[in-house]
Design a protein. Structure first.
Lengths: 847, 260
């Protein structure tokens, strides 16, 4: 039996080709993901270990700072503690570190290291006047205000040399500094492509903390002292709310964090690999079904000479195992290549991945091989069982087993029930708000399965709908349409493979487009100001110096402005964030609907709150409450108005004159402003010029904000498209496979058509149109389902995002349909050529 | 031996030839495995005549038909349909010629299972993008007795009915010549007789030209003329054959085969 099965594999090499390719691609995706993430993860871990090599014990403020006394306040570490720490027995040296956001402009004024961390820090000359964290390669360390050192990668990118002037920004205003040194470092952010600027310690403390305070104190152990011993010594001198950690622990923590981040990415990519494999299942099942059908007589003969049903099934499964094994091994090899390729690709995009060997773990190998074989065998299971059901007498029948429509009644019933139940689940889920996730997810899965089961039924009416179009192609079109519905199961399986990919692509596009619109509505709807000025890094908005507001206030153009300040507080034992605004101008800048009162009441101890906060605390207009500010002082505030909050504008809003005296450091989250002439290029230029053409400062009007949001969603969608492309490629293989098999099975017919006068072009056109019809069928189903899921998911999302608005991406959907058509034409290239080249005589004689 | 009885030459002078082969040669393979399927065959098929080609298996009768019908290339000599020389035609022209001037009937019926009987009959015209001549089509359908079966798919028809559809398909386009390859090979004798009767009637009543390859003496007896092939050459021919005469002639091949 084994020999027969293996001979069959060899005999059908060409026909199994597409199956092997489909499995191969899926496995390559899986192994590529595993190899890539393992490699990157190990490289980052090695680099982070190097980064902590110079730290034996670190003292930091306690992370989960208990803010019951001073909300939002964490203790700073001062020079005295640093000196004390240096005296702990076994300590060789102690270094104080402060750091914060620092943007560096290149000579054209553009931000360097955009998209990565832009950091500033201090050079702490310890014993011998050197900071162990940094190695100067050129010039000297910064010694006084106005001097900075740049990391060598940033210096190279900005073409800065020692002695050059450089423009920086820490919290808004532009600073002009002189480059006095260039250094190298093992710092992880720099390794990843970020920038690092070093100031002298007092300057850095003034910029990032407070004079004389540090964020972190790093200790090095003397020779012979272990990290643990040093830590226990340090623990004795620690102030309240500070903690000491060994360097090993820090490295381990970071390694764990990297691992978590990487495993998240790995899971994400594996989901898409799984989708590709799932699509592959259709192709495998299709191929084996066709192979079994073609071999009906042969298999019946085996049964006639005494093979048991089980033996027949097993012979099919052995074939599948052999195919799966070949595909898995080649897929694994391809995957390792992909893993290596992805790393170089990432390096070429500007992100620098630390060097390290390619990691091919035994897990990656085992998972890839098992996945390849198991998927193939599972997909061949049903065809194998069907093979066993062939009666021995079929060996005596001279005619090919004609494709039957038997069993479709049962199939259609099951499909209709599943699809109905699934659709009901999705609809029920869409009406349940945020609780609807489970019913919707389950419903979606059941609906998709139901549609899979129903595709043979759906193929007839949907393909018939295309017949007016096909009629234009004469007899080729007519034959193509009829061939497409000839074996509904096969057409269905082929189209389903394409449907999966397009459902996901369309669904994601609908959801992304609608959420984008929703967020856009949210961001711009409540905005009455012409401009929002903020200090933006790629990882969020950063505190802005109040100088910016003062500078802007002096502009003639500006008619109203308000900074937005943020400060933690405690009310009734809960942490609430207070938003400080300019009470007089805020109503010209922010548009929200008031349930009670208005912005007019804002000022002094009168505040406005959003309806959710009001409901939670049981406040109404006129309610009064006690607040504990950031600095620990208590105050009494009363509610002057209740407004409808949203994700952008919410919480307790009070006048800055009340809030600011209680803030430890006064910074603005953003400044909103209204101008005389409204948003225009000239106004924007004037504002930017007033702020010193600072690359780190964003001056955004509503359109810029919309564009920013759109950019983010486009990037995200493009990534998803890229990941889903694999599923589409596998689907193309499926279409090729089906067509090749169909051409093979119909060679006699094709020969007859050639004999009675259909030329090669006509034959090619017939095959191509069949392919086109099947692909468009899959495309229409996929896009339809995708829109439905997109709509349903939107109903869920809209419960949390009131401004959500369903946007049907007609242009994109047209593109997807064209893509499906293109897939069909592409897939038909080879089968059509083969059909046209068929030897007419051999085809007619063949019986 | 290439004998061309003087009677045939006389006939050729009188009637125009629908198809003509001159010194037609067909060689398969090369070197030691070379097989000469046709060895300088010259033959004419007259208009409105029903010719049967007979011969033992391997005699080259099917090859001759394929070459004459433009389904296969020739190694030497000439093959003409009417005035058109096939050997110089490229695939495209050849396909058009088959479409417009030649009708085919195959042993395995070769109908398209997805088309109904009527659609199968008009298939060559559909391929050409021509409208069928309605009156002619009705007449053909009537002649083969398929009027009540036109909407049926091939799978719903008996073998005889399927072959009648094939006959109608061949006739419907009014081709210059019809080639039939063992048209009764897959039929029982009654259905076979019907099909052969239609073919003879199409010649007698409609003036159609038919060339039929067969190994069945009874089938051959429906023809006006039987051409005998052996070893790739024409060895004999009979006019107005009877089944017995054909059988006798065929027996001589067998005897010769056994003695030589």
């Amino acid at each position: 039996m084994l020999r027969t099965a293996l001979r069959n594999v060899l005999a059908h090499k060409a026909r199994l080709m597409m199956t092997v390719l489909a499995v191969l691609l899926g496995v390559a995706f899986v192994s590529g993901t595993l190899v890539f993430t393992d490699t990157i993860s190990s490289a980052y871990q090695k680099s982070s270990e190097k980064g902590f090599a110079g730290v034996d014990v670190a003292i930091k403020p306690h992370k989960s700072d208990d803010d019951s006394g001073n909300p939002g306040a964490a203790p700073r570490l001062n020079q005295r503690l640093l000196d004390q720490a240096g005296q702990v027995p076994g300590a060789a040296s102690a270094t104080g570190a402060v750091s914060g956001y620092t943007a560096v402009a290149d000579k054209q004024g553009d931000l360097l290291g955009n998209g990565f961390a832009n950091t500033g820090g201090n050079y702490y000359p310890g014993t011998g006047g050197k900071d162990p964290r940094y190695t100067l390669t050129d010039g000297r360390a910064p010694k006084s205000a106005g001097e900075v050192a740049l990391d060598s990668k940033t210096a190279d990118r900005g073409h800065y040399k020692v002695g050059d002037a450089v423009r920086l920004s820490v919290d808004g205003p532009v600073r002009k500094e002189k480059v006095v040194g260039v250094f190298t470092t093992d710092d992880g952010n720099v390794a990843a492509g970020g920038s690092l600027v070093l100031f002298d310690t007092p300057t850095a403390q003034r910029l990032f903390a407070k004079p004389g305070e540090f964020d972190e104190i790093d200790l090095r152990a003397a020779a012979g002292t272990s990290q643990a011993t040093l830590k226990s010594g340090v623990d004795k001198i620690l102030p309240k709310l500070a903690e000491a950690t060994t360097g090993q622990q820090l490295a381990d923590d970071q390694a764990a964090m990297i691992k978590t981040q990487m495993s998240g990415m790995q899971t994400g990519m594996l989901v898409f690999a799984g989708i590709s494999l799932f699509v592959g299942v259709f192709i495998i099942a299709n191929t084996f079904t066709m192979l079994v059908a073609q071999r009906t007589r042969e298999l019946a003969l085996m049964r006639a000479v005494g093979a048991s049903r089980r033996q027949v099934t097993r012979s099919v499964l052995i074939e599948a195992t052999a195919v799966g094994a070949v595909a898995a091994v080649t897929g694994l090899a391809a995957g390792i290549g992909i893993g290596a390729g992805l790393r170089s690709l990432l390096n070429s995009t500007g992100a620098t991945v630390p060097d390290g060997p390619l990691v091919v773990s035994p897990t990656a190998i085992a998972v890839s091989l098992v996945v390849g074989v198991v998927v193939t065998v599972l997909a061949a299971w049903l065809p194998g069982r069907r093979a066993a059901k062939i009666p021995p007498v079929a060996a005596m029948n001279s005619v090919h087993a004609a494709p039957t429509t038997r069993g479709l009644v049962v199939r259609n019933t099951i499909g209709a029930v599943l699809a109905g139940a699934g659709a009901a689940g999705v609809l029920a889920g869409s009406g349940m708000g945020s609780d609807g996730k489970l019913p919707m997810g389950l419903g979606a899965a059941v609906l998709v399965i139901g549609v899979f089961v129903l595709t043979p039924l759906l193929s007839r009416p949907l393909i018939a709908a295309a017949s007016p179009l096909l009629r234009a192609f004469g007899i080729s079109g007519k034959l193509a349409r009829q061939n497409a519905v000839r074996n509904p199961r096969r057409t269905a399986a082929t189209a389903s493979a394409l449907m999966v990919g397009l459902t996901l692509i369309t669904g994601m596009t609908v959801i992304a487009g609608s959420v984008q619109k929703g967020i856009d509505n949210l961001a711009t709807g409540a905005l009455k100001s012409d401009y929002v000025v903020s200090l933006g890094g790629f990882d969020g908005v950063r505190p802005l110096s109040p100088d910016v507001e003062r500078t802007l206030g002096k502009l003639d153009q500006v008619t109203a402005l308000s900074p937005l300040r943020n400060s933690a507080s405690r009310i009734d034992g809960d942490t609430e964030y207070l938003t400080g605004v300019n009470g007089k101008t805020i109503q010209k800048l922010v548009g929200v609907d008031f349930k009670e009162g208005s912005f007019a009441g804002l000022g002094g101890d009168k505040v406005v709150v959003d309806h959710k906060t009001a409901d939670r605390n049981g406040w109404k207009r006129g309610s009064a409450f006690t607040v504990t500010y950031e600095d620990g002082r208590k105050g009494r505030l009363s509610v002057a108005g209740v407004y409808e909050g949203n994700q952008m504008i919410r919480g307790i809003m009070l006048d800055n004159s009340t809030l600011t005296p209680h803030m430890r450091t006064v910074t603005d989250m953003q400044v909103m402003l209204k101008t005389k002439d409204g948003a225009s290029d000239a106004t924007k230029n004037a504002i930017e010029k007033a702020l010193g053409d600072n690359p780190a400062i964003q001056v955004q009007d509503k359109k810029d904000i919309s564009n920013g949001i759109a950019q983010f969603f486009t990037l995200m969608l493009n990534m998803l498209y890229g990941l889903l492309a694999m599923a589409v490629i596998v689907a193309v293989l499926g279409v090729i496979n089906t067509l090749a098999m169909s051409v093979f099975e119909r060679s006699q017919e094709i020969g007859m058509l050639r004999a009675i006068g259909l030329d090669r072009r006509g034959i090619k056109r017939m095959v191509r149109l069949e392919s086109l019809v099947i692909s468009l069928f899959g495309g229409v189903l996929g896009i339809g389902l995708g829109v439905f899921f997109g709509w349903a998911a939107g109903e869920l999302i809209s419960s949390g995002l009131p401004t959500y608005e369903l946007v049907l991406p007609w242009a994109r959907m047209t593109v997807f349909l064209v893509l499906a058509a293109f897939v069909g034409i592409l897939a038909a290239l080879w089968p059509a050529r083969r059909a046209a080249k068929l030897n007419m005589l051999a085809a007619i004689k063949a019986e | 031996m290439t004998t061309t009885p003087s009677g045939v030459q006389a006939a050729a002078a009188r009637a125009t030839a629908a198809a003509r082969a001159t010194d037609l040669t067909k060689v398969y393979g090369q070197g030691e495995t070379q097989v000469v399927a046709l060895d300088g065959v010259s033959v004419e098929f007259q208009q409105a005549e029903y010719t049967a080609i007979m011969g033992p298996s391997g005699s080259g009768k099917s090859t001759l038909m394929h070459c004459m019908a433009g389904l296969d290339t020739v190694s030497g000599g000439s093959a003409r349909i009417g005035d058109v020389e096939l050997t110089s035609l490229k695939d495209k022209k050849l396909t058009q010629l088959r479409r417009d001037k030649i009708g085919f009937i195959f042993q395995a019926f070769n109908l398209l299972p997805t088309l109904n009987a009527l659609e199968n009959i008009t298939l060559p015209m559909d391929i050409a993008g021509r409208k069928a001549d309605k009156a002619w089509l009705d007449q053909v359908v009537q002649t083969v007795g398929l009027s009540d079966r036109l909407k049926h798919r091939p799978a719903q028809l008996s073998g005889g009915q399927q072959q009648r559809v094939a006959v109608a398909r061949a006739l419907a386009g009014k081709p210059e010549i019809i080639f039939a390859d063992e048209p009764t090979g897959n039929l029982d004798s009654r259905a076979g007789a019907e099909v052969l009767g239609f073919l003879r009637n199409s010649v007698r009543e409609l003036g159609q030209t038919v060339v039929m390859v067969t190994h069945d003496p009874v089938a051959a007896s429906y023809a006006d003329r039987v051409v005998f092939l052996a070893d790739g050459r024409i060895v004999d021919e009979l006019r107005d054959p009877t089944a017995e005469a054909v059988l006798d002639r065929m027996k001589r091949f067998d005897a010769k085969g056994r003695t030589s």
